[in-house]
Design a protein around this ligand. Structure first.
Ligand SMILES: *Cc1c(COP(=O)(O)O)cnc(C)c1O
Length: 384
């Protein structure tokens, strides 16, 4: 049996919440999506929350709402899931990357400062990614880009429940829009699902339109007055990115355990940290002092020369280790756009030694001990 690197935690309450929707009048566009949105807005201390099908569509709609199109440029980091970069490409925009701090896995403010002063083409939007659930240094990042009028979309797919400077990630104090994912390996799940938060009322309105075909039924918003009871207006070219009430019910039920999930993850992380303390050739990533991580991922660095054999040993021992992330700019699709190995050396060096150990709410004491024992065996066998 394999110990997965991440796994959802589903209780009877979650199942009951979903079953209730199935027996109700609305499977979609019922009362639960707005209720879930309000609950997320409350947790994040954001003015608005907009639920969508997944974080990938959330990122896409966020770019569209910020008027990203052909000829525009978006920056993100190489150490992320491809979706953080793909969203710009969906809009026909160009993408470029800012290198990371290899000790945290997050966007490096110094690299950003340098790129802002040396680049001959500046981005319209920057997408920092809160890697592993730990917020980037958003204050510094926002201060750096503000003079250039660059907008910020936070990719907080890993970070629901995390805090930065004591305040919840998603409050958009240092960004225009924040995006969350509710994929089953993330902190809470709706099966597939995503959410955008913002404090900008006009952006929220725009996102709601884009989520549902560009259509509004709000008579106040009509471009020409019309009181026919069946009338609706398509005002822009939108999509169907709506979340269902089935998913929102699961999300609401899961959200009740958000703090418990994070507490459990933190207990597992401190246990990893103490079990691994003093072991030569293993360095867990660090988290910046202002950041209180949601701990989506627990990543260690091992010597690059033995990463592969250590990884294979752990997999063979039934441990579902993983690697986050293959630098996006080295993917064939992005190479085709002109990027190459060597472009972002910190992300590449970080990647070469990275292994993600299993971390989820139902990881047991015994499993965790076994994982570390096997890691030590592998290190003794292979690390030079
Ligand atoms: C999971 C993830 C996404 C995409 O989320 P989906 O909900 O699966 O579309 C985007 N960015 C990052 C950093 C992610 O980890």
């Amino acid at each position: 049996m394999t110990i997965p690197y991440g796994r959802q935690d589903i209780t009877q309450d979650d199942i009951d919440a979903v079953s209730e929707v199935l027996a109700s009048d609305f499977l979609t566009q019922g009362p639960l999506v707005p209720r879930f949105e309000q609950a997320i807005a409350d947790v994040c201390k954001a003015h608005d929350a907009i639920a969508v099908t997944n974080a990938t569509s959330a990122l896409h709609l966020a770019c569209l709402a910020l008027d990203i199109g052909p000829g525009d440029l978006v920056w993100t980091v190489p150490n992320t899931f491809v979706a953080s970069a793909n969203c710009a490409r969906y809009c026909g925009a160009d993408i470029d990357f800012v290198d990371i701090d290899p000790t945290t896995g997050n966007l490096c403010p110094d690299a950003l400062r340098q790129k802002l002063t040396s680049a001959n083409h500046l981005p319209k939007v920057l997408i920092p990614v809160h890697f592993g659930g730990a917020s980037c240094d958003m204050q510094t990042i926002a201060d750096l880009v503000k003079p250039y009028g660059i907008r910020i979309i936070e990719d907080a797919s890993h970070a629901i429940g995390a805090r930065y400077q004591g305040e919840p990630v998603g409050n958009c104090l240092h960004s225009d829009i924040c995006v969350f994912s509710f994929h089953p390996v993330k902190i809470i799940t709706t099966g597939e699902g995503g959410m955008l938060t913002t404090n900008d009322v006009s952006l929220a309105e725009r996102l709601r339109l884009l989520r549902s075909h560009g259509i509004t039924r709000d008579t106040q918003q009509f471009s020409t007055p019309n009181d026919e009871p069946w009338y609706y207006e398509q005002q822009t070219l939108g999509f169907n990115c709506r979340m269902t009430d089935i998913q929102a019910a699961l999300g609401l039920s899961q959200l009740k355990r958000l703090q418990a999930f994070i507490t459990t993850r933190k207990i597992r992380v401190s246990r990893y940290q103490s079990l691994l303390a003093g072991i030569e050739n293993v360095k867990p990533l660090t988290v910046e002092p202002a950041s209180d991580s949601a701990w989506h991922l627990f990543v260690i660095q091992v010597p690059a020369t033995s990463r592969r054999v250590i990884f294979e040993h752990l997999r063979a021992a039934g441990i579902g280790v993983n690697v986050h992330y293959i630098p996006v700019h080295t993917q064939p699709y992005y190479r085709q756009l002109g990027f190459k190995t060597g472009d972002f050396p910190q992300s590449e060096a970080y990647y070469a030694g990275a292994i993600t150990l299993p971390l989820h709410p139902n990881l047991s004491d015994e499993q965790q001990l076994y994982i570390v024992e096997q890691l030590i065996v592998a290190l003794e066998q292979y690390a030079e």
